[in-house]
Every structure is written in structure tokens, then in C-alpha cells.
Design a protein around this ligand. Sequence first.
Ligand code: SAM
Length: 282
Amino acid sequence: AIEALLRRHGFHFSKSLGQNFLIDDEMLEEIVRASGASGRNVLEIGAGAGCLTNVLARSAKRVLAIEIDKNLIPVLETVLQPYKNVTLVQGDVLKVNLEQLAQECFGGEPFDVVANLPYYITTPIIMDLLENERHVDSITVMVQKEVAERMQARPKEKEYGALSIAVQYYCDAKLDMIVQPACFMPRPKVASAVITLKVLPERKVKTADEKLFFHLVKCAFGQRRKTLMNCLFHLGNLGFSKEELAELLEELGWDTRVRGEALGLEEFAALTDKIAQKKASI
Ligand code: SAM
């Protein structure tokens, strides 16, 4: 039915906007179930032809659906016409005033994010939602399977990196399901996964300086093959000599050849505090 509707509107899929629509009814129901969005406020990013929006609207309290593609708005208006609890906004999720839209739609109440994300901007969207503390309780999203693995990766694992740390700093992550390409129209080349990130009431670790913490994480993974000391020296812009950095790592009881990929959240927090303390004492 959705195919016929799209054809009637003369719609052509845009690869660059990550348009792979989820057309498997069971999978759509499963995602909404896994999100726990029943009776709650939901932000959907990238509503597409409204397949997921439609299922969400039936059980959520209110749905705020954002879609960038102007050509999909008439399709969405048709599909969502029976629902009074859906607000449709045409725009780029990274440019709209999400704060204001959420305030208008949800009246300041917390909300959940449920989305089959456009894969080309998965990380910026997730980072925006987490860093800006937008009243988000949970995020249930379809992403590339490999990205879901990165979000859950632990120190020393191949997929471990800055995204793993950011996600685990703010959330508990749980893999809900793997989704095969056949569930989409058109079919993507890679397998996908649905992951739920429950935003924690408090950060997983405490640090003296959150900005510095993320700066150090970014440096440590900036050049994976280099040691932490080299990354901090070349990318850190911290004002320390190599000798000072070596001393600092030794004070933490670490090998000076340690790599960023071996450090967990606690270690990055300890490193942050040590550096903040040294900088203050200069
Ligand atoms: N929710 C639909 C579904 O499950 O079938 C569509 C999902 S599709 C993977 C991603 C959708 O995000 C597309 O409709 C695309 O046009 C939209 N999109 C891409 N970039 C966007 C952006 N920057 N802001 C809002 N929507 C975007």
C-alpha cells in the first residue's frame, strides 16, 4: 500500500538522505514495544513515509515527527491524517530548534526518541541529543549494526572509540534486535540493529571538567596507532612537554606506552582530573 501511495505522489527515493523505509509490520511493532513509548511523548527523527509514525501514533501520548524531505510531507499528511496526537515538522533535525519544538509539543515534559535514523548522520544526532540534555529519557534507534556494536564496545575491543565512551558516559545501552536488509525498501547494503539507550539520571563517572574529559577522549582516539602520550602531546594542546606527560601517566600508575583504546570511563575521568589538577598548579 505504501508503495502505491509513494508512486501516486511521484516520489523518488534519495540515497543521500538515507531513505530506506522500514516496511516490515512485525518489526515496526517490535521497535515500538522495545522503546516502551506507549503512553509517552515521542520524538521521531526522519518520519519518511510514516510507517513507524503510524505505529507510534497508535500508542504514544504525543508524537513530534520531523522530516527533511519536502516531497514526503504530502505523503505523511495523508498517512497521519487520522491521528490528532501527531505534530509534523518539515526540517533538518540538526538545524531546527528542537528545544522549542519539544517545549511546544510536550509542554516541558520529558520524552523518548524513537527513530529509524538516516545513517549518514547517526553520530551527530545521537551526540546532539546526549550533550544538550534535552529532557530525553531514552533513545531507541535503528542504526547500522556496526554502529550499534561501537556504542556497546568495551576497552580494547576493535569497535571501541569516542562514540562508545560518549554513549556509555550518559546511558545504559541495550541491543534490542538485528534487522536484515529485506525488511526495508529499498534494501540497504548493510545489516541494521535497533538499540535502546536509557539516559542515566547521573553521569556514569564524575570528572572535574566534562569538556576536558571529552577533549581528551577525542585526542586519545584521534590517531589510534599512537600511544596516549603521543596523542596528548600532538593533538592535546595542553601545554605539557613529553616529559611532563610521562610523569603524569606514571603518577597515575600507568605504563607510558599505554594506548587510549585500553582506557575505560574511570581511567579517562582519572586522567581528566590529573590534568586539570596539574594545569591549576602551574
Ligand atoms: N521513519 C521512516 C521508516 O522507518 O520507514 C524513514 C526512515 S529513513 C531510514 C530516514 C528518514 O530520515 C528519511 O525519510 C530521510 O528523508 C530523513 N532524513 C534524512 N536526513 C534528515 C535530517 N537531517 N533531518 C530530518 N530528517 C532527515
